[in-house]
Design a binder for this molecule. Structure first.
Ligand SMILES: NC(=O)C1=CN([C@@H]2O[C@H](COP(=O)(O)OP(=O)(O)OC[C@H]3O[C@@H](n4cnc5c(N)ncnc54)[C@H](OP(=O)(O)O)[C@@H]3O)[C@@H](O)[C@H]2O)C=CC1
Ligand SMILES: CC(C)(CO)C(=O)C(=O)O
Length: 339
């Protein structure tokens, strides 16, 4: 297809996709609100740095007000709190028979489907690690699982086409008919990632600390119980083993999954989560409400109690609003919930 893939949000996740696709000769247009970044990507090029691969690629890139025409493939890669405003801007450019593919953490596919229609929404799960460093510079910290699929579980040529495009970037990308299983798996892992950002320590240091294990395991268990109540059967990836956090699973299995996550994250140049970067580096709000808070709300609808998730939301807000520091003591406010 000659029509460019429109990537809305050219940060860590969207920028890497754009650079790989442009390098492979796939027509692509990125859209971002950071004008210095837009200019750099489109002129001197986007520099992909880090241990996976290093290259500089010029990628056509514009600000939202400069987008013209209509597009049948739009990849949305903004943080969850920007999903609605990005949809406001992109919807006039979405072709009648086109779709929006969410390359985000959380359950943004529901928000997108409510706005553009289920038939025009596709889901993706991304677990590669990347950081936006500066205008025109992105750190590609590590490869990770990439999965794409229709949100209604159907098999359609357009999902197979997006899968083929994703394989340009990640050869092991998976095409699934159960994208919700991966999205809920990431929510389980994601709740633990938010907890690691209560401290200044790396992901690996958190996952390897025996004292933090009970709270981390408790968080994943609350998310998995909620997934079961939703009728979802989460899938494993990159060390996260959903079965280990299911009701009745042995503690030893959960501890093994934490050890596997410590090991997986020990190989990344992105030592800390995007949540940590939002709090400590970018000094901005995190995605805690649309991710952890959203699971707690779904759980409440099913009568599943989630005291750890609810406390985690409060603690992240405390750090966002300057009421608490990132510290081991802040993390152990979670452990106290278990007492
Ligand atoms: N980074 C990672 O390693 C991973 C991230 N994810 C998920 O991927 C999603 C994207 O995250 P990530 O790439 O890290 O985020 P980034 O902040 O690096 O990139 C998002 C970009 O979109 C821009 N933006 C914000 N609003 C709009 C808008 N309305 N229109 C166009 N651009 C906009 C942002 O600008 P500004 O900064 O000014 O807001 C930023 O440049 C999130 O849901 C995240 O949780 C999933 C797996 C791994
Ligand atoms: C840690 C990571 C990259 C998943 O591996 C992530 O999703 C985040 O930074 O929030």
């Amino acid at each position: 297809m000659d029509e460019p893939v429109l990537i809305w949000g050219a940060g860590a996740i969207g920028g890497i996709l754009g650079a790989y696709w442009a390098r492979a000769g796939v027509p692509v247009l990125m859209v971002d609100i950071v004008s210095e970044h837009v200019t750099a990507c489109a002129t001197t090029g986007l520099r992909i740095e880090g241990p996976v691969e290093e290259f500089t690629q010029v990628v056509p890139c514009v600000t939202p007000d400069q987008v013209q025409g209509s597009y049948s493939r739009i990849v949305l890669a903004v943080k969850a709190q920007a999903t609605d405003s990005a949809l406001d801007e992109l919807m006039p450019h979405l072709a009648e028979d086109g779709f929006v593919l969410s390359a985000q953490n959380g359950l943004n596919e529901h928000t997108i489907a409510a706005r553009v229609g289920e038939n025009r929404t596709m889901g993706a799960f991304v677990n590669y690690g990347a950081d936006w460093i500066a205008p025109g510079r992105i750190l590609f910290g590590n490869r990770g699982a990439v999965v794409v699929g229709e949100i209604d579980g159907s098999a359609r040529p357009r999902a197979a086409e997006m899968h083929a495009l994703l394989q340009i970037f990640e050869p092991d990308a998976v095409l699934t008919q159960d994208i919700w299983a991966y999205l809920w798996g990431k929510l389980g892992y994601g709740a633990m990632l938010f907890a690691t950002a209560l401290t200044p320590d790396s992901m690996t240091k958190n996952f390897a600390d025996p004292a933090r294990g009970p709270a981390l395991i408790g968080l994943a268990r609350e998310v998995m119980r909620t997934a079961v109540a939703e009728g979802v059967d989460p899938k494993p990836f990159n060390g996260f083993e959903p079965g280990a956090f299911m009701p009745g699973a042995a503690d030893a299995a959960a501890l093994q999954s934490l050890a596997d996550l410590a090991e997986f994250n020990s190989g990344t140049a992105k030592t800390h989560t995007g949540i940590y970067r939002d709090l400590a580096v970018r000094k901005r709000k995190t995605e805690v409400d649309p991710q952890v808070g959203a699971v707690a709300l779904i759980a409440a609808r099913h009568g599943v109690d989630t005291p750890l998730l609810r406390r985690l939301v409060e603690l992240i807000h405390d750090i966002e609003d300057g009421r608490r520091e990132m510290s081991s003591e802040t993390f152990h406010e979670l452990t106290r919930v278990l007492a």
